[in-house]
Design a protein around this ligand. Sequence first.
Ligand code: DER
Length: 228
Amino acid sequence: PDPAAAKRVAGYRAAGAVCDGMVVGLGTGSTVFFAMERLGERIAEEGLSIAGVPTSYQAAMRARRYGIPLTGLDEHPELDLAIDGADQVDPRFRLIKGRGAALLREKCVCDAAREVLIVVDPSKMVETLDAGVPVEVLPFAAGTVSRRLEALGADPVLREGVRKDGPVITDNGNFIIDCGFGAITDPSRLEREIISIPGVIECGLFTGYGEKITVILGEEGGFRILSP
Ligand code: DER
């Protein structure tokens, strides 16, 4: 099966839910890419009038390419909708995000949105969250944070660049430490424990937004709209 086809179906369906006049959070990653592509078409074809709050340089650059006007949380502290992807989604719609190292602004945008559409292909749906948890860390404190994460049971790995020597630097100037915890039995508690560590800016566990999340699950032949 073509995973891009599933992502495209999900992204296009999310773009179809956007109404004139909305201010929309624009997530980061390869699935949201398709939602932005479709929003660009709707703007061109229907004259759809929206504004987007980008969650990364990637999202901002894609929005400009597709003619999606940009705004920010200062102008719009409350968003009608956010469209974003996820690395894993559990049955209570608790998420792991951050594969793309955009989790800090994504969580701010998710928090500001009245409704969140999470666009995924089937590979993201799990019974128990067990993917690595990306943690955004102040570079000054990376050493001490790493030890505190180990004490929480993690196997912490500083995320290195692929076509950049040395650590990945986020859009906010911080490091990412990827933390393998294995199966996460209490993701809400773990999220709180991680972000209480001094020097941790944010982590990729999004456990408090289940009520406002709708999952759009793209599949080869169509899509399913899931509620928690
Ligand atoms: O980095 C992120 O948080 C992305 O949203 C990621 O979780 C999903 O990216 P994908 O749609 O390319 O899998």
